[in-house]
Design a protein around this ligand. Structure first.
Ligand code: GAL
Length: 844
């Protein structure tokens, strides 16, 4: 009998476990279901190689504190398999450690395995060697591609399974994604595209992770995979089957920056509005892309022309610091959404019209109670609406959240959070003993490292992307009888390139450069050239600035000088050099000698930099040393004095730098109306990127080696190390709106709903306190953080009130009400409180 009982329990246990294996995460038409519970989940993208492992815990904990439940990351194939079968999971590529950090924080993970990831990442995440697998064609019904993709997918799934990282094994991964935004390409490719997409879905399922798979932006996603939405707004999205939940895998928090472009920003009021709108229409999963953008270290930036910074205007800035008011406002939004979670997961909304452009979405759960979202889509005007016999003021383009259908706990347009004013402050650390070395370009000579061929060769085929640089060198004989030597016009050199940049040298001198653009990679260098009688050496340094990461069959797109290369204006007319004998040198001599690494620097004779700097020499290597600055603020290099190149610290690549100035329109923008990246950009006329993140963990206390390779010329002695500091903070909050345009409603006369008391919140970093109030005005102050001034109405008590409540504290909250400031300084005027304060490090 006893043994029968044991058998019974063993069988039960097996069943129970089998159940767990399959059912710990599932989904239904409303939501993802985790351990039997439907969940509304807030997710944030943090890409592990875009920060250093010592930053991960802090980033993840900040995300958690910001109300994030899930950390989302792509998996970066080219980082993990640099050559076929040779895997790399160390340092920034330690995916297991990253996921364990997520688990330790008590958060879930969404693993976007791709392996195509787009992501403004070099070659969209594909290893470049993949392009050279015989017979391959990417992202279509092609055997060599499918075999490689399956190999990598299984490698990752097996690795993560061996660490029990899927939720079905007790791990954090609740969801995985295969492919990325395939829909458009599928339609273009027709049947082949469809076959590939179906194959990818089945291949993913066959890995048996025990958690659901998603595909984004493809309406044909086969069951049981969930098709999801990516975009600035996703409220109009519906999944392709009625039994799938409405998930948003990329809610873009900002946008990426290109060299030559300004910095896009997305107002948090609009982002919060988009998220609330998605939730009110039944959405139950929102992933912010990016929550922390980070840095494209090394040559990982996609392209061409994606900057090294991948800040993205995300809630956590490139350096991992909290960006306010974005972070705090979203945190409040998440709290409000969570208060509605029971209603959101159990009921469908009942929609009523409150006006032409106003709606109420009301969720009545069976368990009783109700939650409501009141929306105003009007871009211009705020309105008062009547809901449940109460009046509510809705600013333009905003949504109010009422978890109990009575009290507004959040409005997307009312930002009560402070603004953080990030500054790059001097670190007071000297970068010393600059020395330089001239990259030797004299050679047309064949020293064994060069290749000679007739005609122009494609760049990536030559370099396999092991370097950005490929030299194209040739010589041309010019007859001394040419008429331009005798008073005629100089000939013109034309160089056609398929991308991305070229520096042109004539007889050892840099005579000019030309660059493509992200959208039109092809470009032509055209310049009059002062050739001399006899032999002239033409040397073209062609430079890749990040490989294409998006577009149909981008693997087949060419890079480099593909011609024509022509000399116009000779007596014979034009001289086509394209089919001549060209000598190729892959990479720089300094790269071969490993000059960027502490072990390689002694392989050449360096000279005092002063000489190199005076002559503004191109193609220079520079090196110097510095001690690590004290403190723990993030560090950056100010590279404004330099042209274009790459920079390394202690052998670690900080990335590409390029002081190229942003063109475009930067206007003051309103948060209302549909957002598009050019709408709210900043930094026009300034360098697209001036500061380059130096991770603290790459530094030793003393004698850190900085090496850079400068392509065109600059002054390295002016490079400085700065600290990113949040010393100035600002906040501005209006008192309760009373003068908003009245909306015509029947049944007028019922009581007016008072909002929660608006408050100004100020908060310094955990180890800081508020050391002074540099501006405070309750009234009608004008200006923005850093340039506030008093308006015509000002309560003279403003400064005293703020000092009393806030000085010496790490954080404080001050009510924006007349009574708090003694008396109403100007009756019948809608007032606000603007404050600017300084944070200082606490001594103990
Ligand atoms: C999406 C893509 C992401 C990223 C984003 C722009 O379409 O899925 O990987 O490239 O655009 O930042």
């Amino acid at each position: 009998m006893k043994s029968l009982m044991v058998l019974f329990w063993m069988v039960m246990l097996v069943f129970y476990n089998a159940d767990l294996m399959q059912c710990s995460v599932s989904y239904d038409r409303k939501a993802l279901v985790i351990n039997g519970q439907r969940r509304v989940l807030i997710s944030g993208s943090i890409h592990y190689p875009r920060s250093t492992p010592d930053m991960w815990e802090d980033l993840i904990m900040k995300a958690k504190d910001g109300g994030v439940d899930v950390i989302d990351t792509y998996v970066f194939w080219n980082g993990h398999e640099p050559s076929p079968g040779n895997y790399h999971f160390e340092g920034r590529y330690d995916l297991v450690r990253f996921l364990k950090t997520v688990q330790k924080a008590g958060l879930y993970a969404h693993l976007r395995l791709g392996p195509y990831v787009c992501a403004e990442w070099n070659f969209g995440g594909f290893p470049v060697w993949l392009k050279y697998v015989p017979g391959i064609s990417f992202r279509t019904d092609n055997e060599p591609f499918k075999m490689a993709m399956q190999g990598f997918t299984e490698k990752i799934v097996n690795l993560l399974k061996s660490h029990n990282l899927f939720e079905s094994q007790g791990g954090p991964i609740i969801l995985s994604q295969i492919e990325n935004e395939y829909g458009k390409l599928r339609m273009k490719l027709g049947q082949e595209g469809y076959n590939y997409m179906s194959w990818a879905a089945h291949m993913a399922l066959s890995t048996q992770t025990g958690v659901p798979w998603t595909m984004c932006k493809d309406d044909e996603t086969p069951d049981p995979l969930i098709n999801t939405c990516n975009g600035f707004y996703c409220h109009q999205f519906t999944p392709n089957k009625p039994y799938k939940p409405k998930l948003w895998t990329e809610a873009w928090t900002g946008w990426f920056t290109e060299f030559g472009g300004p910095k896009p920003q997305r107002p948090v009021q609009d982002l919060a509005f988009a998220v609330a709108r998605f939730i009110q229409t039944g959405g139950t999963f929102v992933n912010y892309y990016m929550y922390h953008g980070g840095t494209n270290f090394g040559r990982t930036a996609g392209g061409p022309f994606i900057t090294t910074s991948y800040d993205y205007d995300a809630p956590l800035d490139e350096y991992g610091l909290i960006r306010q008011p974005k972070y705090g406002h979203l945190k409040q939004l998440h709290k409000a959404i969570k208060l509605c979670e029971p209603a959101l997961v159990s009921a469908d909304p009942i929609v009523t019209h409150l006006g032409d452009q106003q709606q109420a979405y009301v969720f009545y759960p069976e368990s009783g109670g109700c939650s409501a979202f009141l929306s105003n889509y009007d871009k211009e005007s705020g309105v008062r609406v009547l809901f449940n016999n109460r009046h509510y003021s809705l600013p333009p383009w905003s949504i109010s959240i009422l978890p109990d259908c009575r009290n507004v706990v959040f409005n997307t347009a009312k930002v009560g959070e402070q603004t953080s004013h990030m500054e790059m402050l001097p670190s007071n650390v000297q970068i010393q003993s600059w020395e330089s070395y001239n990259e030797d370009i004299s050679a047309l000579d064949n020293d064994g490292s060069t290749i000679t061929a007739r005609g122009l060769l494609e760049q990536i085929n030559m370099t396999r992307d092991r370097t950005d640089y490929l030299w194209y060198k040739t010589s041309v004989h010019i007859n001394s009888l040419e008429s331009f030597f005798h008073g005629g016009e100089l000939p013109t050199l034309i160089v056609g390139s398929a991308g991305h940049a070229v520096h042109v040298f004539l007889n050892g001198q840099l005579i000019g450069s030309a660059f493509g653009a992200r959208k039109s990679r092809r470009f032509t260098f055209t310049q009059k050239v002062n050739v001399r009688p006899g032999t002239n050496k033409i040397a073209l340094l062609s430079i890749a600035v990040g490989l294409q990461n998006v577009g149909g069959h981008f693997e087949s797109w060419n890079t480099g000088i593909l011609g024509p290369v022509v000399l116009h204006g000779l007596d014979q007319g034009k001289l086509d050099l394209s089919r001549k004998k060209w000598t190729y040198q892959i990479g720089l001599k300094g790269e071969t000698m490993n000059l960027a690494s502490p072990n390689g620097i002694s392989s050449v004779e360096w000279m005092d930099s002063k000489i190199a700097v005076q002559e503004q020499q191109p193609l220079m290597w520079h090196k110097a040393y510095f001690d690590a600055p004290e403190g723990n603020e993030p560090l950056a290099l100010d590279m404004r004095s330099m042209g274009k190149g790459q920079v390394w610290i202690n052998g670690e690549s900080i990335g590409r730098y390029w002081t190229t100035y942003a063109t475009g329109e930067c206007r003051r923008c309103s948060y209302t109306g549909r957002f598009q990246p050019p709408k709210c950009q900043v930094g026009c006329g300034k360098p697209s990127q001036r500061w380059y993140h130096v991770p603290r963990s790459w530094l030793k206390p003393t004698r850190n080696l900085i090496v850079l390779f400068e392509e065109t010329g600059g002054d390295p002695t002016k490079i400085s190390l700065v600290k990113r500091s949040m010393n100035t903070i600002c906040a501005q909050v209006s008192e309760t709106h009373r003068t908003i345009k009245s909306f015509q409603v029947e049944n007028y006369g019922s009581t007016t709903q008072e909002f929660y008391i608006p408050k100004v919140h100020l908060q310094c970093a955990p180890n800081q306190h508020i050391s002074s109030i540099t501006f405070a005005s309750f009234g009608t102050p004008v200006g923005t953080c850093g340039s506030f001034t008093e308006g015509s109405c000002h309560a003279s008590t403003s400064n005293d009130v703020l000092e009393k409540k806030c000085l010496g504290k790490q954080s404080c909250a001050v009510s924006v009400t007349n009574s708090n400031f003694g008396k109403d300084p100007c009756p019948n005027v809608l007032k606000r409180l603007s404050v600017q304060a300084l944070c200082a490090y606490s001594t103990n």
